[in-house]
Design a protein around this ligand. Structure first.
Ligand SMILES: Nc1nc2c(c(=O)[nH]1)N[C@H]1C(S)=C(S)[C@@H](COP(=O)(O)OP(=O)(O)OC[C@H]3O[C@@H](n4cnc5c(=O)[nH]c(N)nc54)[C@H](O)[C@@H]3O)O[C@H]1N2
Ligand SMILES: Nc1nc2c(c(=O)[nH]1)N[C@H]1C(S)=C(S)[C@@H](COP(=O)(O)OP(=O)(O)OC[C@H]3O[C@@H](n4cnc5c(=O)[nH]c(N)nc54)[C@H](O)[C@@H]3O)O[C@H]1N2
Ligand SMILES: [Mo]
Length: 770
């Protein structure tokens, strides 16, 4: 039995606690850099307040307690980035050709400011030139009317779109005749949605923020809240201070999960005190969580067998609420400790100590993000997690439950509104009944399928409601080629990005308002609504004067497109945007849980959508929690790369730095990991640097292993010795997206395997001593 530990115990790269003075200093710097300090004081003070706007940062919930953090360092960055007074108007595009812009960095592109005028690409000059809104809608209308089939249209959505925009968008697409709604969720929490729905009958988390106040133990898998959900640190800090246990599973020692200093707590700041954020911190190998969880179940079974302690397993819950548990437990007994230890990269002692905390806690919450969802076997990992939680009845009671921590601030709401390429019959029936037109029944394309369809010429028009499809998607060369095959590409955006530069034969940029902007329509200023990770729906209204009168709101742009394509079928598109209450009235009539929507959002803090699994009402076939039994995979990699492995192969995860929001790069630092002024770096175990014959700081090229004969390579990444399991490496997204093969995605989730890519390294040319 191999009991070796794979991670080295290097000192953490950043010695200070997360949050603290570093966060305050960084917030101030980003604030001043946005060239809009006064405007931004107003916006920061209004973030997540009852009369202000929802933070465009993450989807963590808002605490009702007035002493809790309402915004954080990275939320402040997101607000500043959007609220800049810098503008990208017609004169900017007059100056630069697309060939020149394509040579610039993602940081440069977005830093130029807010898009202010609709633009149309002119291939003769290789520049964008201004177009009127009417002409832009007319151009889209003429393209769509010429399609042979509605499924030649792809309607992408990024998760910042409001409920109102998302509802109109899906109604437009379905009235046109397609379910092609690829969205960022396909690349994000799709495995969570699939695993949860197939186990507990609802694709959302079962906890509310209040549950965190009661939990005895919180298990945090595969996420980096210090950077990506900083307000979550405040919730974890309160939990640990009142004696709850926190167990972390993360191959990297993330600073925010080690120590945290509350930037809005004067005593902690002045005394420079910090809270240790965990009880135990385990570093499994990439993709090793299923084995680790299975190990915890095995440890529990062994304790149960030897102690006959009936309280260890919630027999009543299992009998009344689950099906398939016995078969699953047989599968656990059949799995050897050797296999568990080998695949998890953890020792038996480590697994036992986590299992002990689980057994001792009456109420347990498990949270997770991309570290669990972006693998080939992610759905199986999450089924395993749900089974383990079900074993002690930790689903559907106060203080316990499942908590996928969502990414984009309204990605969950967009799904609720019907942005779903695999819609339920319930949704389609409701739309059909209300709008009295047939809805397409055939499933549409996810992100990966959309790329395939554009690549093969099956799809002709791409419309992006926000986001940066070219940069966020896998296999950058393939994706860019696919987009360029289109007859028309359209981007509804706040800022210039890579996707605008990868045009179809024709291309449009449509500049839209963001969360912070005041949205005035015919009947006055409007609010929109969003749903957080905890199924809380609330209103959001911008407070800043838009920097150009030419920008339009997302609902207004969608209505303009829909009107040009469908006239007044099935609704009068132009009249519903005069006052968004009219859109909410349509939502109230067709989407479950939204009756009396308009009056419910008047309550401060919004309303709770409810969740059947939370009430132990399982909307599955058979009406019980389905306990799925999967064997541990032979390899965490898909066959198409695992068969090419050799002893120098490493597994790469692509992740976020502290100074970015997905493809939006705010700066070149990753403070908590000790990185300054650069992004082309590779975190690697020092033993691997030595084993492979490299030197710390050396530049390497990274090539991925996939059996289709295509070369996928990125060049010149600097080796940084880091506390990471041997055999695993990490580098930033989106720079490494060219390495993710389009066909390397999760079983049933179709999510690109951004956290497990087989690669090999070679010395970078300029580095070789001749
Ligand atoms: N400031 C900021 N906030 C954001 C975002 C942003 O880019 N910037 N993005 C938003 C979005 S869309 C999302 S989805 C979320 C993303 O939030 P996260 O999921 O926290 O984002 P990642 O940077 O991808 O980090 C993945 C974490 O999982 C760990 N990990 C990777 N693989 C494994 C594994 O196999 N097992 C385990 N146990 N851990 C693993 C990594 O070491 C890392 O700590 O954040 C949202 N919030
Ligand atoms: N390799 C790798 N790839 C990944 C990931 C990974 O971890 N590794 N993560 C995946 C995940 S979790 C996600 S969610 C996706 C993200 O994919 P996307 O959501 O497509 O990408 P973003 O970078 O969030 O999009 C940024 C752009 O959105 C536009 N924008 C910003 N605010 C607004 C707004 O209010 N309205 C509109 N209309 N536009 C706006 C701006 O123009 C900006 O340039 O990337 C995925 N890709
Ligand atoms: Mo995401």
């Amino acid at each position: 039995m191999s009991e070796k530990k794979n991670s080295t115990d290097l000192p953490p790269a950043y010695k200070a606690p997360a949050g603290g003075w570093g966060a305050l200093e960084s917030t101030t710097r980003h604030w001043l850099n946005s060239k809009n300090a006064v405007k931004n004081i107003k916006s920061l003070l209004n973030t997540n307040q009852d009369n202000g706007f929802d933070c465009p940062g993450c989807a963590w919930g808002e605490e009702k307690n007035p002493n809790k953090i309402k915004f954080c360092e990275n939320g402040a960055k997101a607000v500043n980035w959007e609220a800049t007074s810098k503008q990208v108007g017609a004169d900017f595009f007059q100056q630069y050709s697309l060939s020149w812009l394509r040579e610039q960095s993602n940081y440069y592109l977005e830093y130029q400011g807010r898009l202010t005028h609709p633009m149309r690409y002119n291939p003769e000059t290789d520049k964008y030139q201004p177009i009127s809104w009417d002409d832009a809608f007319g151009l889209i209308g003429s393209h769509l009317k010429q399609l042979d089939h509605p499924d030649q249209l792809e309607l992408y959505t990024s998760g910042r779109a409001s409920n109102e925009a998302a509802f109109l968008y899906q109604l437009f697409g379905r009235s046109f005749g397609t379910n092609n709604f690829p969205d960022c969720s396909n690349m994000c929490h799709e495995a969570s949605g699939f695993a949860l729905t197939s186990s507990i009958g609802v694709g959302k988390g079962t906890v509310t923020l209040e549950d965190f106040e009661e939990a005895d133990a919180i298990f945090v898998f595969g996420q980096n809240p210090g950077t990506n959900h900083p307000r979550m640190l405040d919730t974890l800090r309160s939990a640990i201070k009142r004696g709850a246990k926190i167990v972390i599973f993360n191959p990297l020692k993330e600073r925010g999960l080690e120590k945290f200093q509350h930037p809005q707590n004067p005593i902690e700041m002045l005394t420079n005190n910090a809270t240790t954020m965990h009880s135990i911190y385990l570093s499994p190998k990439l993709g090793g969580d299923m084995a680790a969880i299975r190990g915890m179940v095995k440890a529990l079974l062994e304790t149960y067998d030897s102690s006959h302690d009936d309280t260890l397993i919630d027999q009543a819950f299992i009998a009344e609420h689950t099906q398939g548990m016995a078969a699953y437990l047989d599968g656990v007994r059949e799995t050897s400790w050797d296999k568990i230890i080998d695949q998890s990269g953890l020792t038996r002692d480590e697994i036992n100590s986590a299992a002990r905390i689980y057994m001792d806690a009456d109420k347990v919450i498990s949270t997770w993000a991309m570290g669990l969802t972006q693998h080939h076997h992610s759905v199986a990992i999450l089924h395993e997690l749900i089974n383990w939680m079900a074993l002690r009845g930790n689903i559907g009671r106060p203080g316990a439950g499942l908590c996928p921590v969502r990414g984009h601030s309204n990605v969950q709401g967009d799904r609720t509104m019907g942005i779903d390429e695999r819609p339920s019959d319930t949704l389609l029936d409701a739309l059909e009944a209300h709008f009295n037109i047939p809805m397409p029944r055939q499933h549409g394309h996810s992100a990966v399928e959309a790329i395939d369809a554009m690549r093969s010429g099956a799809c002709k028009v791409f419309i992006g409601l926000g986001g940066n499809f070219a940069a966020a998607s896998p296999d950058t060369d393939v994706t860019e080629h696919a987009l360029s095959q289109c007859d028309l590409t359209v981007h509804i955006s706040t800022k210039l990005n890579r996707s605008h530069l990868i045009t179809g034969k024709e291309a449009l940029i449509l500049p839209c308002l963001g969360r912070t902007d005041i949205d005035r329509q015919a009947k006055g200023p409007q609010k929109i609504t969003v749903e957080d990770s905890f199924s809380m729906v609330h209103a959001s209204a911008g407070v800043l004067e838009p920097s150009s009168a030419e920008m339009r709101s997302e609902p207004a742009i969608i209505a303009g497109i829909a009107h040009a394509v469908l006239g007044t079928k099935p609704i009068d598109w132009l009249s519903v945007i005069e006052d968004y209450s009219a859109i909410r009235a349509l939502i109230a009539q067709t989407i479950p849980g939204f009756s009396e929507f308009n009056s419910k959002i008047e309550q401060p803090g919004g309303f709770y959508l409810g969740n059947s699994a939370r009430k132990r009402d399982w909307a599955t076939q058979g009406g019980k929690v389905i306990v799925h039994r999967h064997p541990l995979p032979d390899s965490i990699l898909p066959d198409r790369s695992s068969k090419l492995l050799h002893n120098k192969t490493l597994v790469l995860q692509t992740l976020r730095s502290h100074d970015q929001y997905n493809t939006t790069i705010y700066g070149m630092n990753d403070r908590y990991r000790g990185i300054k002024g650069e992004r082309d770096i590779l975190f690697i175990n020092p033993a691997d640097i030595q084993r492979l014959g490299f030197k710390e700081g050396q530049l390497v090229d990274i090539k991925s292993l996939w059996d289709d004969g295509r070369t996928r390579e990125v060049k010149g990444f600097k080796l940084i010795g880091y506390s990471i399991p041997a055999g695993n490496i990490a580098a930033y997204y989106p720079e490494t997206n060219p390495l993710v093969p389009l066909d390397s995605y999760g079983v049933n989730s179709r999510t690109p395997t951004s956290k497990s890519i087989a690669v090999e390294l070679s010395a970078h040319q300029s580095n070789r001593i001749l």
